[in-house]
Ligand binder design. Structure first.
Ligand code: PMV
Length: 399
């Protein structure tokens, strides 16, 4: 951070896949957008000579003396290729620093931090220290991009801390190039966490708004995109993305004449969504998106990735004329419902209550929140404030 700036609040949105999940694995078009739900990171520079990583969402609170965090490898070796193709002795050293960190989500978060720390660190006085604390309003592991928004925040924090980008990067003339830098390192962190991610999640979390994406090609911002109100329902049914993806692939191999046209139809749904936004007629847009939501869900059901809990969400919302589809890998996880402008607050509340009575968690949020941002904080807004502030207060300070 520049001299005099001791604290910053960094935030990045989560993401939701609107159309095209699973089909995107087979090179079909997908459309994704950022959410109003965000991960917040409090960065504080101090003179303790220590680094504290405090991630309460995954029960992590680790402190290291910075003089102990040294590796016998140069940055170029570390940064070249896949982050996990690093020499075994370095992996062993990372394991040692992780200590008794047991759960997979914990290990991945700490590993992503350590990897980026060594790639981005620059020389500092021996007294230099810092604390990173995060708080997310996104459910963890529910397909709403919690790991990508964490990866984006961590990469931004370390880039700012070691002066690779200015704290005001999002308002600077070089905004696009700074965002590209954040996105590049956020992708590296996502590789540490997920192995072989497509790059869609970190791009949405970094740039915000809505994007269309075809595997192997650069994402394209959605022309004419406008925000929409959403109800997101977390069924809390755990699922394995890789098992569901493998299931669709197996079906495609067994019944290509049946499955290929389904994937082609999903491609056309994503294309139709892009065209609908481009035409920019708010009334027909909502109606068309509802039709597309309905059709996309039914096609995903045919691919075998729905679940009883997701069908329950559809039947509850359907009673009030609200259209719903699964989002992400399916098999549980989350569903998204489009809330049209003419659906009144009482109806939305009633739907949310009925879903809560089924044991689901509901989140009312908007689609297309702004991308990663950093703001300098005054002394009164400290780490304790980050942990206790409500969602509205956090949103107000972060953008
Ligand atoms: O549930 P998520 O957010 O991990 O989404 C998975 C999306 C898939 O299309 C099923 C897989 C992928 O890699 O695109």
């Amino acid at each position: 951070m520049t001299q005099g700036i001791k604290r910053a609040l960094i935030s990045a949105p989560g993401k939701v896949i609107l159309f095209g999940e699973h089909a995107v694995v087979h090179k079909k078009l997908a459309v994704a957008a950022s959410l109003g739900l965000r991960t917040y990171l409090h960065l504080e520079e101090n003179d303790t000579g220590k680094c504290r990583l405090h991630l309460p969402d995954v029960d992590i609170d680790l402190t290291w003396a910075l003089s102990d965090l040294t590796l016998d490898v140069d940055r170029v070796t570390l940064e070249t290729g896949h982050p996990m193709d690093i020499p075994e002795e370095i992996k062993k050293q990372f394991e040692k620093w992780m200590g008794v960190t047991q759960r997979e989500a914990q290990r991945q978060a700490v590993l992503a931090f350590l990897y980026l720390f060594f790639v981005l660190k620059t020389d500092k006085p021996t007294s230099f220290g810092f604390t990173i604390s995060t708080r997310s309003t996104l459910p963890v592991g529910a397909g709403l991009g919690s790991s990508a928004s964490f990866a984006t925040c961590i990469s931004t924090a370390l880039l700012v801390l070691f002066h690779h980008i200015p704290v005001g990067f999002a308002q600077s003339e070089k905004r696009e190039s700074h965002l590209d830098t954040v996105n590049r390192y956020a992708y590296k962190a996502e590789q540490v966490i997920h192995g072989n991610p497509s790059g869609l999640d970190n791009s949405v979390c970094t740039f915000g708004g809505a994007l269309s994406f075809r595997r192997g090609e650069r994402f394209v911002p959605l022309e004419g995109f406008q925000s929409l109100q959403l109800l997101l329902t977390n069924t809390k049914v755990p699922r394995s993305t890789s098992a569901l993806v493998a299931g669709v692939t197996a079906k495609k191999e067994k019944y290509p004449q049946v499955i290929d046209p389904i994937l082609e139809s999903i491609d056309n749904i994503s294309l139709r969504c892009c065209e609908a936004f481009k035409r920019s007629n708010k009334d027909s847009l909502a109606e068309e998106l509802e039709d597309l939501v309905d059709m996309n869900h039914c096609l995903l059901h045919a691919l075998g990735v729905s679940h009883g809990s997701l069908e329950k969400v559809r039947s509850v919302t359907g009673e009030y004329g609200v259209k719903t589809k699964l989002t992400g890998a399916g098999g549980g996880g989350c569903a998204l419902s489009i809330i049209r402008d003419d659906v009144n607050v009482e109806t939305t509340n009633l739907v949310a209550q009925k879903l809560a009575a089924e044991g689901f968690d509901c989140y009312r949020t908007s689609l297309g929140g702004s991308g990663v941002n950093a703001v300098v904080l005054d002394n009164s807004l400290d780490q304790a404030w980050l942990m206790s502030a409500d969602r509205e207060t956090l949103e107000m300070h972060a953008t």
